[in-house]
Design a protein around this ligand. Sequence first.
Ligand code: FES
Length: 169
Amino acid sequence: MAEIKLTTVTFKGTAQQEAELRKVLAEIKASEHPSVMTALQRAQGIYGYLPIEVQTIIADEMGVSLEEVFGVATFYSQFTLNPKGQYAFGVCLGTACYVKGSGDIVAKLQECLDLKDGETSADGKYSIASTRCVGCCGLAPVMTVNDEVYGRLTVKDVPGIVAKYRAMQ
Ligand code: FES
């Protein structure tokens, strides 16, 4: 099993988000088929990711162990345990991009940012997430940074793109 590295970014959930989460969890518990999966989906919709603090609330409210919640959260790729960075780098590993070398692109990106796939930097500025097809296969291999799309990339392009975002601060 791959190592799961949790973020060191401080949790900044608001009282309003927690109130919304507890309301949603009450609805799920009152439903015909309460499920941790649904709770995690709704929680991720509220917070954008699933920090341990949020998983703990889900476990308490749903009456299950934190281990069970963590197990579901880490099993399904739709869930993310880390917040996106201010500059969220995504590298498409869909088939068209993969055959054109996106594996090498993500490796170079990890080297440039000193992060692994799925991680966020401690200052919250940068994150890397490999993605499935983003619908720009004609531009393969493709990388995205927030809403920007970079296509027909080579490994040599990666340091320059990273430098651009480092310069933005
Ligand atoms: S496979 Fe990468 S954009 Fe479609």
